[in-house]
Design a protein around this ligand. Structure first.
Ligand code: ADP
Ligand code: MG
Length: 162
């Protein structure tokens, strides 16, 4: 029996994944927290490229694996892009997340490594490989802005062919 997973979207190309990010960007406000989880190559960074495009931010989105934080400015809302892959066990809040959150929206790859209750208001997006170029992206939220963003996720329309 196939059980449908609530709030899951499926994409068949990098462009479709970016288009979902581009569409969600219209809902982003300063303080918003997106936790992007799932294995390497699942499309988290592609999705952030779409977010930046949707915000009309300057510059190119690259994986912040080494720099830990990339900031994309010049758009409607500043976007902070983090990758906690190399931070297992460390206190990621020490990177200055609270200050970033006052200024802009945060998209955090490997965001499940973020400790504490500060992530309760996040929208979590779980990326998974689904064969070939197919990916699934399942959204979860517990409270506050996370639930509001989940509502937006449910009604996202993209320009890309579905
Ligand atoms: P992550 O940040 O999760 O490690 P990336 O976004 O850096 O993943 O890389 C995803 C890789 O998978 C890219 O090389 C991209 O071209 C490829 N790809 C193939 N199909 C898809 C898809 N449907 N969505 C996103 N990326 C895809
Ligand atoms: Mg990545």
């Amino acid at each position: 029996m196939t059980v449908p997973v609530a709030d899951e979207r499926r994409t068949a190309s990098p462009d479709e994944t970016a288009a979902l990010g581009e569409a969600l960007a219209a809902a982003l406000e300063p303080g918003d927290l997106l936790l992007l989880i799932g294995p390497l190559g699942a499309g988290k960074t592609r999705f952030v490229a779409g977010l930046a495009r949707g915000l009309r931010a300057r510059g190119r989105v690259r994986s912040p694996s080494f720099t830990l934080v990339n900031e994309y400015t010049g758009g409607r809302v500043p976007l902070y892009h983090l990758d906690l892959y190399r931070l297992a066990g460390a206190d990621a809040w020490g990177l200055g997340l609270d200050e970033m959150r006052e200024r802009g929206a945060l998209a955090i790859e490997w965001g499940d490594r973020l400790p504490g209750s500060g992530r309760d208001a996040a929208l979590t997006l779980a990326f998974a490989h689904a064969g070939g170029d197919d990916r699934t992206i399942a959204a979860h939220a517990k409270s506050g802005r996370g639930l509001a963003l989940l509502e937006r996720w449910r009604t996202l329309r993209t320009g890309a062919a579905a």
